[in-house]
Design a binder for this molecule. Structure first.
Ligand code: ZN
Length: 279
């Protein structure tokens, strides 16, 4: 199979998957059991990945977003075993397709120093050799993201995608501003850099020019949320239509962001519509 780096050189277009957590919750999983499902319900995790591949996604992100110590002790598994099992679920989903990629998905761990290094070392080492990409997303702290990229580079030569999250005023939860934060992460030369979560496609659109400018020539990526959830009977419902989501992503793509997918609330239908419009 064509390596992801070669594929990206040939064409910057890449369709990512949509949300995993929201779909797992809709299937009755919550908190640690979302990650325990990699072992106990591999077929469910694999089935969700497969539905994204079928919808047209070129790459899926493993069910490993938040493997904190708390979650691992709740499911009674090690980080390495959980990563390996999650990768296996994605590999099962990929069977029968060609030209499809799997990324190890990691989110902020909110640790620092040796603890943070250890966190990333364990998870990336377990996946290196098994996946096509290391994908860091939803970061509010550029310092942690830079550390994560450096550790990934020290362990493997896989492509690294790095994504931060900002509000409409272009500030992260830690108070960093998009331009400075993205430029600082771009200096680590990830293979793609971008923004995900927090905003709907139409809200994210206003951040794109600044993102592309700060990225300094590095490929950019975007994964918006399907709007803000409304809580109906305690359950998060994303009410933005798949059509509106897809046209919002199309507008982002038209500005020059050619690696796109969805974050919270997006589903295979959203990805299918983006695939039909743009890929
Ligand atoms: Zn999100």
């Amino acid at each position: 199979m064509q390596l992801l780096t070669d594929r990206l050189k040939a064409s910057p277009k890449l369709l990512l998957d949509g949300s995993m957590g929201a779909l797992m919750m809709a299937k009755g999983f919550n908190g640690p059991s979302i990650y325990g499902a990699n072992f106990a319900h591999t077929d469910v995790v694999s089935g969700l990945h497969r539905s994204y591949f079928e919808a047209g996604a070129d790459m899926v992100l493993t069910n490993t977003f938040s493997l904190t110590g708390h979650i691992l002790s709740a499911i009674g598994k090690s980080a390495a075993d959980t990563v390996k099992m999650a990768v296996e679920a994605a590999q099962i989903a990929r069977e029968g397709f060609s030209g499809k990629y799997i990324a190890l998905d990691l989110a902020p761990c909110d640790l620092s120093g040796n603890e943070a290094e250890q966190y990333y070392m364990e998870r990336i080492s377990a996946a290196a050799g098994l996946v096509d990409c290391i994908f860091f997303e939803t970061y509010s702290d550029s310092g942690e993201l830079k550390l994560a990229i450096q550790i990934a580079r020290s362990i493997c030569s896989l492509p690294v995608f790095a994504s931060m999250t900002f509000n409409e005023n272009m500030a992260s939860w830690k108070g960093e501003m998009l331009g400075e934060a993205i430029a600082s992460v771009a200096a680590e030369r990830p293979d793609a850099i971008g923004i995900n979560c927090t905003l709907s496609p139409s809200e994210m659109l206003g951040l794109i020019d600044s993102l592309i400018q700060a990225a300094g020539g590095i490929q950019t990526l975007c994964e918006p949320n399907r709007g803000m959830p409304e809580y109906i009977d305690g359950e998060a419902k994303y009410l933005l239509s798949a059509q509106d989501f897809a046209s919002g992503v199309e507008a982002i793509y038209s500005k020059g962001v050619h690696i796109v997918g969805g974050c919270c609330g997006s589903d295979p239908e959203c990805i299918r519509l983006i695939s039909q419009r743009l890929f």
